[in-house]
Design a protein around this ligand. Structure first.
Ligand SMILES: Cc1cc2nc3c(=O)[nH]c(=O)nc-3n(C[C@H](O)[C@H](O)[C@H](O)COP(=O)(O)O)c2cc1C
Ligand code: SF4
Length: 431
C-alpha cells in the first residue's frame, strides 16, 4: 500500500506561509496543470472514464461513484447545466471540509473546473455552511484570484470552455447538507428535501440538470487526473480506493485530521495516530463516521475503515468523523445528545421523522432521569425501526441508526439506569 497523505500534503510538506491557499503558492506546486491537461488533451468522456476506473467514491457520506454520477448528466440537453459543491459540513464530528476550504481552496476549485469540463456544466454553486464565515472568505479570495488569472470565466485557462463559480452561504441548518434540501435553499426556499425521482441530474438547481459533489470529492479529482487511476487504486482497498481524511475527536490525546488510505484499521486511527484516551482511561465506544453512524464497542475496533467491512458490523464510514468515548462515558447521555440534535434539525415534512425524533429524545431523557421502565428500551427500538426507509430523505434513518447502535452494544447502560432509578455514571460528561 502506498503512503498517504496526499490531498492534505500541504499541511505536512509545506509551511503555513507557503500555503496552497494562494494561487501563486498552489501554482508553485503544479496547481492547475491537471485541469490544463484535462481541458486540452482529454475529451469529457475520457475524464469521466478515468474517474470511473479510479473508483473515486463521494466523500460526502453516501459513497457513490463520482465518475458514474458525472456520466448521468444529460449530454443532449440545451438547458443550462450546473455543478454544486456541497460545503455545508454540518455532521457533528466532521470537520475535514473546513480545512480543505481554508488551506487548499484552489485544489477544490481545480477539481470543480475538471468536473465542469467533464459534465458540460455552465456554472458551479459552492454552498458553504452558514457558520463557516472564514472558510467562505478564503474561498472567495481564491476565486477572485482565479478570475483575475483567467482560470474561470469566458475562456477557462485560455480554452473555449466558459465556466463561472459562485460562492453561496447557508444559514445554519443541518438538513441543507442533504443535496435536495441544499438545492431548495440555494433557490431561496425553505431547505426541505425533495422527493426523488426526479434526481438532480434531471431536475436539479432551478430545475436544471445538476450534479452535487462534496468538497473532499472535488479535492481528489486533480490528483486522479495528474497521476492516473492505477496510482489512485494504489491506496485503499479494492472496493474503496484512495485515501480519505479521518477527523478524530473526543477522548483522545491527539484529536485532529488524519489523511489515511481507506481500509486503515479503526484501532490504528484511534490509538496510533490519535494517541488513544488520555489519563490512562480505556476506550468504551467509537462512532466511526460522524454522528449519524452507529457506534462500535471497544471490542470491535479491529475493523478496516471501508464500507465493505464496516457494513458487516452494522455501521458505515459516513463522513469519516471518528468520535471516541472513554470508559466513564454514559451511553444514555450520548443518546440524549444525539436524539436532541436530530429532533432539532428535522425539517418536519415527514410524520415518521418529525414525531419519531421527538419521541426518541423524550424516551432517552426519561431513561437518563431514572424514570424509564424496561419497556422503554424496546419502545426506543420500535420507534427507530418505524422511521427507517419510510421518509423523503435519509435524515430519519440517520436519526434512527445511532439509537439502534447504542442499544445493540450498550444495552446494559440503559438497563442499569432503569434498575437503579438514576444515572450510574457519575464521572460521565454533564448534559
Ligand atoms: C441529512 C443529510 C445531511 C447531509 N449533509 C451533507 C453535508 O453536509 N455535506 C456533504 O457533502 N454531503 C452531505 N450529505 C450527502 C449529500 O446528500 C450528497 O450525497 C453529497 O453531497 C454528494 O456528494 P459526494 O457524491 O461527493 O459525496 C447529507 C445527506 C443527508 C441525508
Ligand atoms: S426525513 Fe426528516 S429531514 Fe428528511 S424530509 Fe422527512 S422530515 Fe425532512
Amino acid at each position: 500500500m502506498q503512503k498517504a497523505p496526499f490531498i492534505t500534503s500541504y499541511l505536512t510538506e509545506h509551511t503555513a506561509d507557503d500555503a496552497f491557499a494562494t494561487l501563486a503558492g498552489y501554482r508553485a506546486h503544479g496547481g492547475y496543470e491537471a485541469a490544463r491537461r484535462a481541458l486540452t488533451q482529454m475529451s469529457p468522456e475520457q475524464v469521466v472514464e478515468l474517474l470511473k476506473d479510479a473508483g473515486l467514491q463521494g466523500r460526502g457520506g453516501a459513497g457513490f461513484s463520482t465518475g458514474m454520477k458525472w456520466s448521468f448528466m444529460p449530454k443532449d440537453s440545451d438547458k443550462p447545466k450546473y455543478l454544486v459543491c456541497n460545503a455545508d459540513e454540518s455532521e457533528p464530528g466532521s470537520f475535514k471540509d473546513r480545512l480543505l476550504l481554508e488551506r487548499a481552496p484552489h485544489q477544490m476549485l481545480e477539481g470543480i473546473l475538471i468536473g465542469a469540463f467533464a459534465t458540460g456544466a455552465d456554472k458551479t454553486f459552492v454552498y458553504v455552511r452558514g457558520e463557516y464565515a472564514h472558510p467562505a472568505n478564503v474561498l472567495q479570495r481564491a476565486l477572485d484570484e482565479c478570475y483575475a488569472a483567467g482560470i474561470f470565466g469566458a475562456n477557462c485557462l485560455g480554452t473555449d470552455l466558459r465556466h463561472d463559480v459562485v460562492v453561496t452561504r447557508g444559514a445554519g441548518a443541518y438538513i441543507c447538507g442533504e443535496e435536495t434540501g441544499l438545492l431548495e435553499s440555494l433557490e431561496g426556499k425553505k431547505g426541505q428535501p425533495r422527493k426523488k425521482p426526479p434526481f438532480p441530474a434531471q431536475f436539479g438547481a432551478f430545475g436544471m440538470p445538476t450534479t452535487v459533489n462534496n468538497v473532499e470529492t472535488f479535492s481528489h479529482v486533480p490528483h486522479v487526473v495528474a497521476k492516473g487511476a492505477d496510482w489512485f487504486r494504489g491506496f485503499g482497498t479494492e472496493k474503496s480506493p484512495g485515501t480519505t481524511i479521518f477527523g478524530v475527536s473526543g477522548h483522545v490525546k491527539r484529536p485532529g485530521l488524519y489523511e489515511l488510505p481507506l481500509g486503515t484499521r479503526l484501532d490504528e486511527i484511534v490509538f496510533e495516530h490519535a494517541g488513544g484516551p488520555p489519563d490512562g482511561r480505556k476506550v468504551k465506544g467509537v462512532i466511526p463516521g460522524g454522528m449519524s453512524m452507529p457506534i462500535l464497542p471497544a471490542s470491535q475496533l479491529d475493523v478496516p475503515m471501508a464500507n465493505e467491512f464496516l457494513r458487516e458490523r452494522k455501521t458505515m464510514l459516513g463522513t469519516g468523523g471518528v468520535m471516541v468515548m472513554h470508559d466513564a462515558t454514559c451511553m444514555v447521555r450520548v443518546g440524549c445528545i444525539i436524539t436532541y440534535f436530530f429532533r432539532d434539525e428535522s425539517c418536519g415534512q415527514c410524520t415518521q421523522c418529525r414525531e419519531g425524533t421527538g419521541w426518541l429524545h423524550k424516551i432517552m431523557q426519561r431513561i437518563e432521569r431514572g424514570a424509564g421502565s424496561p419497556a422503554d428500551l424496546d419502545l426506543l427500538l420500535d420507534v427507530a425501526s418505524k422511521m427507517e426507509g419510510q421518509t423523503i430523505c435519509a435524515f430519519a434513518d440517520a436519526a434512527a441508526w445511532p439509537v439502534q447502535g447504542l442499544l445493540r452494544h450498550f444495552r446494559e447502560d440503559f438497563e442499569e439506569h432503569v434498575k437503579q432509578g438514576k444515572c450510574p455514571f457519575p464521572e460521565s460528561f454533564e448534559l
